[in-house]
Ligand binder design. Structure first.
Ligand code: DLL
Length: 435
């Protein structure tokens, strides 16, 4: 297949998109009611039946689905297709509790790969491109999704998976990869290695498709400068298929949500009330084309804003902002809300690296927060005698943004563990005392 762009879908009129959503929502509600006992009981308990849902205007009548539902119903309880119709499972990397397991029919895989193909096309990908997929393969959705999307576009696909950085760099250079797909923290690590090995002249990358974790505009700026490519964001979650729920186009002012497959809402995370377009809140998705594992009003916990402002790329699908953190990522330190992304922004703006760690602890009744951050090797040799001054400067900058005192410790280059997948940036020792 030479070209995968689906303009008739991606630039459809708002009326057409609404018509698709209305029809597909009604079908999906019937599907879960008829095929999934867990959903039927949940809807009954909420006093709603399929006949009550006639269009997207009725969406609010449906109960929310949360990660707790997925855990309660683990492993098969939320399926809406017979197991014999399924061809794949994928799973989250969840570190606590039971993993979330998602099921796919062949049709589900096909539509998911379409979404990933759209993301690759949106960064200018064509059949002439060489796509290095450095997201993890296996249960994690990153590798499988982008791999399938790359095939659909007709790109030469390098199924590298994450890790084995030496080999990544060798193939990147020898096979002339033009597009790289990986987490932003792994992209930063690859950039560091490319710089150290003096390989910058040998790489041909023009675009990177980075997602699966939060990253700031400051990090985008640094990765672009170091790798000489344009860095695009991509968003998704296992529960909804994986990467490709939304993706950036060249305008880079938010990610277009594939609205022919997903209906997005923003709610107040405390009250559950639906908020108007433009307001910040928790992102909620309803999948309307999935067969095996459709989710109605799934609460993602990701905090963002939706916008229907016309986009210069011509795509009409609604855009979501970069997630500003997850409601469960938010740290409450000394009673103040702290998002790791606020800290990252300050560090990068002060010329430090994205290699940092946030340690939260409690002494008696008082919380403490420490930010350990690496200096770049250049800064390290330059400022070694002035470290306390640098620490003081960052402490003040953090205080201005967070409103609380955070201890800053500059550490040696390379002393913070690098990530090949999603970076673990927060160590909250207070959790130990709660268990
Ligand atoms: O991370 C799917 C994915 C793979 C997306 C590759 C993009 C690229 P999960 O492991 O289920 O799935 O994690 C989903 O990761 O709820 C967000 O909190 C976070 N996340 C995903 N993409 C982004 C992004 C994959 N672009 C969870 N920016 C989501 C910020 C992201 N957070």
């Amino acid at each position: 297949m030479a070209n995968y762009y689906q303009p008739e879908i991606e630039t459809a009129s708002r009326e057409q998109i609404k018509a698709w959503q209305d029809e597909r929502l009604v079908k999906t509600v019937e599907r879960v009611w008829n095929n999934c006992e867990y959903y039927k009981n949940k809807m009954k308990a909420h006093g709603v039946e399929p006949g009550d849902i006639k269009s997207t205007e009725d969406l609010w009548k449906l109960p929310f689905v949360t990660k707790d539902d997925l855990r309660d119903a683990y492993p098969y309880g939320l399926m809406s297709a017979p197991l014999s119709d399924c061809v794949r499972i994928q799973s989250t990397s969840g570190t606590t509790g039971k993993r979330v397991v998602a099921f796919y029919t062949q049709n589900d895989i096909n539509l998911w790969e379409d979404c990933c193909a759209r993301a690759i096309m949106a960064v200018g990908g064509t059949k002439e491109d060489v796509v290095q997929v450095a997201y993890g393969y296996g249960l994690f959705t990153g590798g499988a999704g982008m791999h399938g999307g790359s095939h659909k576009v007709g790109c030469l696909t390098l199924p590298m998976s994450s890790g084995n950085t030496e080999r990544q760099l060798q193939f990147m250079c020898d096979l002339g990869a033009t597009i790289i797909c990986c987490t932003p923290s792994y992209a930063a690590y690859l950039a560091e290695n490319i710089h150290e090995k003096g390989l910058r002249d040998q790489i041909k990358l023009k675009a990177g498709i980075f997602g699966a974790e939060a990253w700031t505009e400051e990090m985008r700026r640094d990765i672009q400068a170091q790798l000489g490519l344009k860095a695009y964001d991509i968003y998704g979650l296992t529960e909804l298929s994986g990467p490709g729920v939304s993706f950036e186009c060249e305008e880079q002012t938010g990610m277009h949500i594939n609205e022919d497959h997903f209906i997005a809402e923003i709610i107040d995370p405390k009250t559950g009330k639906v908020l108007p377009e433009g307001e910040k809140g928790e992102l909620v998705f309803t999948s309307i084309t999935k067969e095996a594992f459709p989710l109605l009003r799934y609460r993602t916990k990701d905090i963002c804003v939706l916008s229907r402002k016309p986009c210069s790329c011509g795509r009409t699908h609604i855009k979501m902002s970069k997630p500003m953190g997850r409601s469960d990522d938010m740290l409450i330190v000394k009673g103040v809300n702290v998002f790791p992304s606020q800290i990252e922004m300050v560090l990068l703006n002060k010329g430090l690296t994205a290699n940092y760690q946030i340690v939260v602890d409690r002494q008696g009744h008082s919380d403490s927060i420490e930010v350990k951050v690496e200096m770049t090797p250049e800064l390290f040799s330059d400022k070694i005698n002035h470290i306390t001054e640098v620490e003081k400067e960052i402490t003040e900058a953090l205080k201005a943004v967070l409103g609380i005192y955070a201890k800053v410790t500059i550490v040696e280059p390379k002393s913070i563990v690098r990530s090949e997948g999603k970076a673990v940036r927060v160590i909250d020792k207070r959790n130990l005392y709660n268990n």
